[in-house]
Design a protein around this ligand. Structure first.
Ligand code: PMP
Length: 438
């Protein structure tokens, strides 16, 4: 009898695979998944942050059941429905005033960013967009066209796209620079080849997540905001991975001291269901010549789930909790750094944390293979976490916002063991052959 994982390989397309180890799950509750071989896996990824409240959260389940038991249609394209309207009203109440115009609802961070990239150009009549090297804004043609992640290098970019460096306090040089150098580059671009009155918007990640969980230097984005305001360039904050409480504040841009014009939500918004949102000024979001709809956008089931997620985050104070548990997790990881030479840097905000592995701390040379091995070994030991980064050497922590202190410590103990096993050369490297990661 083939295993669930083998059946997956024989039936599902690899186009949507991003696999690090042979994970096959049959259920889950809270921060734990149940593997098909009966193991309990502690989930430090929460399905890349999508399971923001953990698995099988009663608030999401109840909201979905209610919406499905007397279903107000399956779409808001040609009909209003209460969950979609309530979700939109709620989102308008939590974004900065300059963004509180209209809400566009979609299925994913990808379709939301694609829509925003299209509408800002159409509505302003300015053909150019600024985004960051290393940025991941999605996996559809239009969202990839405004992304700068190396994994998408072969994909055609938007004609008006200019990629600028994202400053990285840990690394200086190569694709990463200091805040001063990054700002100087931006200013020289705007003084020369990229006329600012042709730039519709700047797309930013408040923590560059798939690029390596890079926390930007203090004040950098304040200075970027000043430049954008001077030239009437819209600021778009992509909160898809680190927004809605994960950073320890409701919005990750709150840490940057800026107020974006457009805010994009996805992943954790649906608590496991597919729903995204772009929230921005009415003049932009109602610019109908840039229309963007898919049949089940704004369907009441996903909208009800998202509303339940937002209410739960608020009611249970999950942003504050992410801050508190995140602090504990970071302390424990800093302790591991004292012990494991492989760990070059521990960084993050709240429950959005990256641990960068290097072959040696002086050269900071990326420990790409050791990172893949550490994730693989952690899975064998019962901990699920994936890796990100321009050099695929940053372990990513985006656990459920409901993670307990004890679960945080238990996960770190498993990672400790995994890193010990990797350093001792005990792990069979051939196991990675079928798991390219990214
Ligand atoms: N924006 C950011 C910041 C992301 O991290 C991602 C996914 N990693 C996306 C957008 C795309 O989201 P999705 O894959 O759900 O479409």
């Amino acid at each position: 009898m083939p295993s669930l994982y083998e059946r997956d390989l024989k039936s599902l397309s690899r186009l949507s695979h991003l696999r690090f180890f042979p994970q096959a799950v049959i259920g889950g509750k809270g921060a734990y998944l149940t593997s098909d071989d009966g193991r309990r896996l502690l989930d430090f990824s929460a399905s890349w942050g999508a399971a923001s409240l953990g698995h099988s959260h009663p608030a999401v389940r109840d909201a979905v059941l209610r919406a499905l038991s007397d279903q107000a249609g399956a779409s808001h394209l040609s009909s209003a429905n209460l969950p979609a309207v309530e979700l939109a009203e709620k989102l308008l109440s939590i974004v900065p005033r300059r963004a509180a115009g209209r809400v566009w609802l979609g299925h994913s961070g990808s379709d939301a960013n694609e829509t925003v990239a299209r509408v800002v150009v159409a509505a302003t009549g300015r053909p150019r967009i600024l985004a960051f090297k290393g940025a991941y804004h999605g996996g559809t043609t239009g969202s990839m066209a405004v992304s700068g992640h190396p994994v998408q290098q072969g994909v055609p970019k938007a004609q008006g796209l200019t990629l600028i460096p994202y400053p990285n306090p840990y690394r200086d040089g190569g694709d990463y620079t200091s805040a001063d150098t990054a700002l100087a580059e931006l200013e020289s671009l705007l003084a020369g080849p990229v006329p600012p009155n042709e730039v519709a918007a700047l797309l930013l990640e408040p923590i560059q997540s798939d690029g390596g969980m890079v926390v930007p230097p203090e004040n950098y984005f304040r200075r970027v905001e000043a430049i954008c305001r001077q030239h009437g360039i819209l600021i778009v904050s992509d909160e898809v991975k680190v927004g809605l409480g994960r950073s320890g504040r409701l919005h990750a841009f709150d840490h940057l001291g800026i107020e974006p014009d457009i805010v994009v939500f996805g992943k954790g918004l649906g608590g496991g269901l597919p729903v995204s949102a772009a929230v921005g000024p009415e003049a932009i979001m109602n610019h109908s010549p840039a229309f963007s709809f898919q049949t089940v956008h704004g369907n009441p089931v996903c909208a009800a789930a998202a509303l339940a997620v937002l209410e739960t985050i608020e009611r249970e104070g999950l942003a504050d909790r992410a801050s508190e548990i995140g602090r504990h997790l970071m302390q424990e990881l800093e302790r591991l750094k004292q012990k494991h030479a492989l760990i070059g840097d521990v960084r993050g905000r709240g429950l959005a944390i990256g641990v960068e592995l290097v072959t040696d701390r002086a050269s900071k040379s990326p420990a790409r293979q050791e990172t893949a091995l550490a994730a693989y070994r952690a899975f064998e030991l019962g901990l699920v976490l994936y890796y990100v980064g321009m050099s695929s050497n940053v372990l990513e922590f985006t656990p459920p916002l409901t993670l307990t202190k004890e679960e945080a410590s238990a996960g770190v103990a498993l990672l400790d063991q995994a890193l010990t096993d990797v350093a001792s050369g005990k792990i069979d490297r051939t196991a990675l052959a079928d798991f390219a990661g990214w």
